[in-house]
Ligand binder design. Structure first.
Ligand code: XIL
Length: 328
């Protein structure tokens, strides 16, 4: 029927990150999600700072709202995220010993994953474990967990997640591994080293999430990315695109030209993946240019708005959506 979302029959489910304010206040925003998405993921809401304002409390209002919306509209909701260096509440700095850190991390995963067991079927258990400029292949990004427990916290989190919801797809997510350049090659290698080590020890881990916050001005290392995907597949892991958008602060002015370049960048990215494996899902980090994290970090200096997402501020589809459709 014509009122079914256009993406309903795509081989790869398409989804987007959901932001709570427009979700609650702007009907057009909700309509766009309903019209185009088979999956959603909270842009926030399940992050530690949101869900654990104090050590004693868990605040589930926002993820519960998003879950109800997903269920009403026949969508899957992904979980983002259980272990991340970012969005940590202040109180976690007082976690003192490795024993205390272990107890907090395990307890958190038990409570949060347990609440959504059987309903959130895919979790970003580990988010952004590799530093931007890794000093060696064994470099792990600093966080309270890394400081207190070392790299063992990653396997601990994955094992706990598998125990709490044995059916859930457990994902480790990373960004900046798809470009041409020495720093990005080293990040890719450090990420692969971690993945291999986890698999060697039979750690439960089912898929790798490529965030895909693509930099408009940096070329995709297609061969490097394809080789990376081939390695992942040879270890039996699936691939997801979890946070696609095109960071366009360094792309030149005219919006239509920028949209074309952004679409081409996403094309290179998805094509290099697709030549090796079909991603299990493609999600963008937002649905409309009206609500995107990009200007918070990568604001343009020419006064024009960023255009990182598949729909413009008036909810009209852009070339980027055509590219996603082409691969989905
Ligand atoms: C971002 C959100 O989009 C922002 O609203 C928030 O202020 C900061 O976090 N990689 C991730 C996401 O894994 O969690 C980040 O989300 C964007 C980069």
């Amino acid at each position: 029927a014509s009122d079914r979302p256009r993406s309903a029959d795509w081989a790869i489910p398409f989804g987007a990150a959901i932001r709570d304010w427009p979700f609650q206040n702007e009907p057009a925003y909700r309509s766009a999600l309903i019209a185009h998405c088979r999956q959603i993921v909270g842009e926030g809401g399940l992050k530690w700072a949101d869900i654990r304002p104090t050590r004693e409390s868990f605040v589930f209002d926002q993820p519960d709202r998003h879950m109800a919306f997903a269920r009403q509209n026949g969508m899957e909701m992904r979980g983002h995220t259980l272990v991340w260096y970012g969005a940590m509440p202040e109180w976690t700095k007082t976690i003192g010993s490795s024993t205390e850190a272990e107890r907090e991390l395990v307890g958190h995963i038990e409570t949060v994953m347990g609440r959504y067991r059987g309903r959130i079927k895919s979790w970003d258990v580990i988010n952004e474990p590799i530093p931007d400029d890794p000093a060696s292949r064994s470099d792990i990004r600093p966080s309270i967990w890394q400081q207190r427990m070392g790299e063992a916290h990653i396997a601990l989190a994955l094992r706990t997640a598998a125990r709490i919801d044995p059916q859930a797809q457990l994902v480790m997510n990373e960004y900046d591994i798809e470009y041409v350049g020495d720093r990005f090659r080293r990040k890719r290698e450090a990420f692969l080293r971690l993945i291999r080590d986890l698999k060697l020890r039979n750690t439960p881990l089912h898929a790798i999430g490529l965030q895909g916050h693509l930099r408009g001005e940096v070329a995709i290392d297609r061969d490097g990315l394809s080789a990376f995907i081939a390695e992942i597949r040879s270890m039996g892991l699936d691939v997801l695109v979890t946070e696609l958008d095109v960071i366009d602060n360094k792309l030149p002015g005219p919006p239509d030209l920028r949209d074309a370049m952004a679409a081409a960048r996403a094309y290179d990215f998805l094509q290099a993946i697709q030549t090796v494996a079909r991603p299990k899902a493609i999600l963008t980090w937002g649905i409309t240019d009206k609500y995107t994290w990009v200007p918070l970090w990568f604001k343009r200096t020419d006064g024009l708005a960023n255009r990182p997402l598949p729909f413009d501020e008036a909810y009209q589809p852009k070339l980027l959506m055509r590219v996603i459709e082409h691969f989905a």
